[in-house]
Design a protein around this ligand. Structure first.
Ligand code: 4AD
Ligand code: MG
Length: 479
């Protein structure tokens, strides 16, 4: 009996003259004889050749783009140009019709990304999104592979939590209360005691604090899960729901943390370069065509694959925030719109124009910035001796900006509590977290990498909505 075989496998197989069953969707049908079949395993279609007289007119009419079919036949060397092998159909069954009048992907020309975002429920069926999400999958696999090989424990941290890990207040609240008519306390405030959890809860903004609990027992852990930010920023780099990878390591200092982050990013990029060549080449070609439509100064300097190889083969530049401010102050950004930033004073948070100048113009490579002013960073970061800065690190990438945020953590109980009080954080409610500093505290560090920003970089796409299967932004959350 012949078995169902994936198209990718048939195209890779050196052998011919064997029987297979293939199932997939019709990409095109021409001359009443040649079907281009796609089953999602690769962007390359399998040519199915029909015997001209073997198909009834009724079936011929139903062989439309998008229809699902099953074909039984022999894999033979192709007589035509453009493919090494093809399948000579012996039996063909239509599993699901697709009305050509109504099917939105019937278009002859390549549909725009904007249009595909409107029909995001169907966009997986295009070559571009096929390539993107196979690469995304491979990157996710490479993340687990990297940490597993180093003995890290994958820790599942909660999605519903009462803590605001970043202290930034950008949270989606979760409640079982009737918010139109909530129970009120004595001072007119919402009385969360009646809520399911007895207190206000929210969707997690980061698994870090829970991750620290794990690191204090397992040594090395990582999380990889969805995180939520209720920031109303409609940019090409922000999502309301994104996936974050957060390793946390006991006995690591900031330098160990930087070394791990750099090795991690290089490892996952190396993995897709080795294993997803075909999809990366497709995306590189797409980018090249897109670039041709742009004015000269906005075009990418390197192709997609050389850009990834460059990251792999070069050390990231490491410098402090203070050194970066000096560079920004002493450089005269050229007057092109691209790098025309306002020079900042020490203490200000860096804007994306500053980050882009440092990465794309000054160093022309990924940059790790450390030791930021404590006023612009989260409460848990280890304070430096100078009293002004913390052991923070941000990794900045060309075309992306911040891809990683992390730090060595403050392990000193008194210093941490003082900082939390200064920042008006609820010290009493976080005694579970502070226990890590009471019972066997040790130096430790960790970071968070925004998975979609990594996928953006690796695929060369320009908008974060195009690298997550179901983007959650103020405009799109219907499914
Ligand atoms: O810099 P962030 O806020 O750091 C943390 O959450 C720390 N708790 C991480 C840690 O030390 N364990 O976020 C980390 C990364 C950013 O560098 C960015 O790549 C990504 O998460 N990120 C977003 N990605 C998409 N959409 C958003 N709204 C994002 N906000 C942050
Ligand atoms: Mg950050």
């Amino acid at each position: 009996m012949s078995q169902r075989v994936k198209v990718k496998q048939i195209l890779l197989d050196e052998n011919t003259n064997y029987d297979v069953v293939v199932k997939g969707w019709i990409r095109s049908f021409r001359n009443n004889q040649f079907i281009a079949l796609n089953d999602g395993s690769t962007n390359n279609n399998l040519q199915i050749v029909l015997e001209p007289d073997s198909i009834t007119p009724d079936i011929l009419k139903r062989l439309t783009t998008g229809a699902a079919i099953s074909v039984k036949g022999a894999v033979i060397p192709s007589l035509g140009k453009g493919q090494r092998v093809e399948v000579k159909a012996a039996e063909l069954e239509i599993l699901g019709d697709c009305d050509p009048e109504k099917y939105p992907l019937q278009l002859k020309n390549r549909p725009s990304l904007e249009y595909l975002r409107e029909i995001a429920h169907l966009r997986f069926r295009t070559n571009t999104f096929g390539a993107i999400f196979r690469v995304r999958h491979a990157l996710a696999f490479a993340v687990h592979k990297f940490f597993n090989e180093r003995g890290f424990v994958y820790l599942h941290t909660p999605i519903i939590t009462a803590s605001d890990a970043e202290g930034a207040g950008e949270m989606f609240h979760v409640t079982t209360l009737d918010i139109k008519n909530p129970p009120l306390g004595e001072n007119g405030e919402i009385d969360y005691k009646e809520d399911f959890f007895g207190k206000a809860t929210n969707l997690t903004v980061s698994g870090q604090l829970e991750g620290e609990l794990g690191a204090m027992a397992f040594g090395d852990i990582y999380t990889f899960g969805p995180t939520f930010r209720a920031e109303n920023s409609n940019t090409a780099r922000h999502l309301a729901e994104f996936w974050m990878i957060e390793p946390e390591m006991a006995f690591y200092d900031l330098e160990d943390n930087m070394n791990l982050a750099e090795a991690f990013i290089k490892s996952v990029i190396g993995y897709v370069l080795e294993n997803n060549r075909e999809d990366l080449e497709f995306l590189a070609q797409r980018l090249e065509e897109e670039d041709k439509q742009k004015p000269q100064q906005e075009r990418s300097e390197l192709g997609l694959i050389p850009k990834l190889e460059f990251v792999l083969n070069n050390e990231f530049e490491r410098l402090t925030y203070t050194e970066a401010i000096d560079i920004l102050k002493n450089s005269k950004p050229n007057k092109t719109k691209k790098f025309n930033y306002i020079i900042e004073e020490w203490g200000a948070d860096l804007q994306s124009e500053h980050e882009r100048f440092l990465v794309e113009k000054h160093f022309r490579k990924p940059v790790i910035l450390t030791d930021y002013p404590k006023a612009i960073k989260a409460f848990y970061m280890k304070q430096n001796e100078d009293g002004k800065t913390v052991r923070a690190m941000d990794i900045l990438f060309p075309g992306i900006g911040e891809i990683v945020g992390g730090s060595q953590r403050e392990e000193n109980y008194d210093k941490l509590v003082t900082r939390m009080e200064e920042m008006h954080l609820p010290v009493n409610e976080m005694s579970w977290y502070l226990d890590t500093r009471r019972f066997g505290a040790c130096p430790h560090a960790g970071f968070g990498l925004g998975f979609e920003r990594l996928v953006l970089f690796v695929t060369g796409m320009g908008n974060i909505r195009d690298v997550i299967p179901f983007p959650r932004t103020p405009k799109s959350a219907e499914f």
